[in-house]
Design a protein around this ligand. Structure first.
Ligand code: NDP
Length: 460
């Protein structure tokens, strides 16, 4: 597949783009590096003003940008507009807090004065996915530019118009020329970029193979990476939980972005005594979800982003069924409807139960509206099933028993644990994973500290 916007709701090609030539890539790297030499010396107050302006532009143009995302990757329009608003929030958050996050930190030693000073490092390459085309990029752009770094974006090949729109927002906001540029290039060009001395580090959100490939290229050049890869987050519900709230939240937590979110709840691990009630409640709500054209405001589930994602999901569900899973809801193609063009990449809300815990597909991430349900006897078994995967991104646990709650907070193997709530990202809180979900953190103070030189200063 080339670099193209293809509407997944219809299969229509909206726009195609030529990939940049090697000469054009070299020119953009040179421009961005040159921009860094003066941008690094700009005061925080100026950067904050530009970043606030970027937030204002996002808010002013949220309907336009929301529609662009929906057309390129199929998320429901309301969620797309909310994503633009959240992108504005992260801009404002770092505009207001970056200076304090990066203030010198005094440390008493044998020196007359010693402290840590945080300084920008230069060009950071961001390799970003299509699932949250604006949010994923702005949660990189806001801390990077506020820290005095400059950025190059290699966005997913199916969201080139979003990529160019983001570049335009940064330019319109008044930032100096070339501090943030989009490279329309295929994934095959990324590893080679890391051989360029002017690119100092890279951050990637996406699949495990992509993360591994970029980390290898960076390792060969001794360059830092932050990786935010997949997840198969557990959503544990114990007998003492507020069941109606847990069921309600389970639907939102699984269906966010048509089920294509790294921190979507994917495996529902439910205590035996309430399992049937939970499953029936979830099934009822799943059947009521409206699947259809994501531009219609009352549609809850749009198409999957690409035909490749659809094909992989269908194949994974089939492997679950082959391993013994029962299909409680969905699982088959949607009934033909005039509002759903046959070329659209739709998949129905689906619930699978009785999947053997150790079957290989139970260890994989299912990127679409498919919930898998596991029945457990007690908290020990719940923790064992929850942790029995190679990923460790987020985890949600539902209980009103304080001792059980403590065990989940301490023993769930994940970068974040949400008790009696769904996992969500928030500019104020660090975000990232452990195990094969990656390493490093985005957002919060931790996020802005990833790509700075924490310089030790010692003065007699
Ligand atoms: P990819 O990981 O392939 O794409 C994410 C980004 O990485 C894109 O910009 C892509 O570019 C780029 N990329 C792909 N391969 C390489 C590589 N070898 N070196 C450098 N960059 C690379 O995700 P897919 O779109 O293929 O989705 C596949 C699966 O990945 C999903 O089913 C899901 O499991 C997971 N995923 C997880 C996400 C998350 O939020 N954690 C987001 C998206 C996907 P290009 O588009 O040009 O290939």
């Amino acid at each position: 597949m080339g670099i193209a916007s293809i509407n997944p709701a219809t299969g229509e090609t909206l726009k195609t783009f030529d990939a940049l030539s090697d000469a054009a890539i070299a020119q953009k790297i040179e421009q961005t590096d040159r921009a860094f030499r003066h941008y690094r010396h700009t005061p925080f107050a100026d950067r904050a003003q530009w970043m606030q302006r970027a937030a204002a532009i996002l808010e002013e143009r949220k309907a336009e940008f929301g529609k662009l995302m929906t057309l390129e990757m199929g998320k429901p329009i309301k969620a797309a507009i909310a994503e633009v608003e959240k992108s504005a929030w992260v801009c404002r958050f770092y505009a207001e807090n970056a200076e304090a996050f990066l203030a010198d930190v005094a440390i008493e030693t044998d020196a007359s004065r010693s402290f840590v000073r945080y300084q920008p490092i230069g060009i950071v390459l961001a390799v970003m996915p299509w699932n949250f085309p604006f949010w994923q990029v702005f949660r990189f752009v806001a801390p990077a530019l506020m820290a005095g770094n400059v950025g190059l974006l290699k966005h997913a090949s199916n969201v080139p118009q979003s990529a160019l729109a983001i570049e335009e927002v940064v330019r319109q906001a008044g930032f100096p020329d070339d501090v943030f540029q989009t490279l329309l290039i295929p994934a095959s060009k990324v590893a080679g970029l890391m051989e360029d001395d002017r690119i100092k580090a890279a951050t990637l959100t996406g699949s495990e193979p992509a993360g591994k490939s970029l980390a290898q290229a960076c390792g060969a050049q001794i360059k830092k990476t932050v990786l935010e890869l997949g997840g198969s987050d557990p959503f544990v519900v114990m007998a003492s939980a507020d069941l109606p709230r847990a069921v309600e939240t389970a639907v939102t937590a699984r269906m966010i972005n048509n089920g294509q979110s790294c921190i979507a709840a994917k495996r529902f691990i439910v205590q035996d005594s309430i399992f049937d009630e939970f499953a029936e409640g979830l099934a009822e709500k799943y059947k009521a979800l409206k699947v259809g054209n994501p531009l219609e405001p009352d549609v809850a589930i749009g198409p999957l982003a690409t035909s490749a994602i659809l094909q992989e999901l269908e194949e994974q569900v089939q492997r679950c069924v082959d391993a013994g899973a029962k299909v409680l809801v969905g699982g088959k193609g949607l009934p033909t409807s005039p509002s759903l063009p046959p070329t659209g990449t739709y998949y129905p809300p689906t619930i699978l139960t009785e999947i053997p815990v150790d079957t290989p597909v139970a260890q994989e991430e299912l990127f679409g509206p498919v919930a898998t349900l596991f029945r457990v006897a007690n908290v020990d078994e719940a923790l064992a099933v929850a942790n029995n995967i190679p990923f460790g991104l987020g985890a949600s646990a539902w209980t009103q028993d304080a001792a059980e709650g403590d065990r989940f907070l301490n023993e769930l193997e994940a970068g974040s644990v949400f008790l009696n709530g769904m996992v969500k990202s928030d500019p104020r809180l660090p975000f990232g994973g452990i195990k094969r979900s990656g390493y490093g953190r985005e957002l919060g103070r931790e996020g802005i500290l990833e790509f700075v030189n924490a310089k030790t200063i010692w003065i007699r």
